[in-house]
Design a protein around this ligand. Structure first.
Ligand code: IMP
Ligand code: MG
Length: 179
């Protein structure tokens, strides 16, 4: 059984069981779409790593994984990011699935999509654990998503508040006083 939630947590949105069950469903959808073709999963460090590993283990098609890291340009407008650590390998002619922890305003996802599309993958799609469409500013095509969430800051399953709480096995809303 999970131990008591930390004091900064307001309420649990999705339990560990709900998250695991939903990831299995989405993995089945993905397996159906790619039908045995090898798939390259690409995640952005660090938030999406937890989701990537759970999704990868639920997939029954052959998968490869790679990672990149981004960091904001200091003092710049929202969504202005740069690549801090690039992929290890090219993605040319591969079926690529970009794995996101959350698509919020859409700025980060759009940057990543443009960057990856420029490298001539065979196909490029997005799979996100969480989708907060109410805050979307730029439109991005979300091909697979586990959960739509309300306009509240959440932690757990890879998502952090000041680098904490990534390891929570559930998705929780942070107390409004904390943030
Ligand atoms: P964007 O606004 O769609 O560009 O999202 C940028 C990034 O902000 C996400 O990849 C997350 O790392 C972070 N983020 C957005 N909303 C939350 C949240 O509710 N909890 C934790 N991190 C978040
Ligand atoms: Mg963060």
């Amino acid at each position: 059984m999970a131990s008591a939630a930390p004091p900064d947590i307001d309420r649990i949105l999705f339990t560990e069981e709900q998250v695991t069950a939903r990831i299995r469903e989405v993995a089945a959808e993905i397996g159906e779409k790619y039908r045995g073709r090898p798939l390259k999963l690409i995640a952005v460090l660090k938030g999406a790593v937890f989701f990537l590993t759970e999704l990868a283990r639920a997939l029954e098609i052959p998968v490869k994984i790679d990672f990149l890291a981004i960091s904001p340009f200091r003092g710049s407008a929202p969504g202005m990011v740069r690549i801090a650590k690039d992929l290890d390998d090219p993605i040319q002619d591969e079926d690529v699935l970009l794995i996101e922890d959350i698509v919020d305003t859409g700025f980060t996802t759009r940057f990543l999509l443009q960057t990856l599309a420029g490298r001539a993958p065979r196909s490029l799609a997005i799979c996100t654990l969480l989708d907060r469409t109410v805050r979307r500013i730029v439109q991005v095509p979300v091909d697979f998503r586990c959960f739509e969430i309300p306009d509240r800051f959440v932690v757990g399953c890879g998502l952090d508040y000041q680098q904490l709480y990534r390891n929570l096995r559930y998705i929780a809303v942070l107390h409004p006083e904390v943030r």
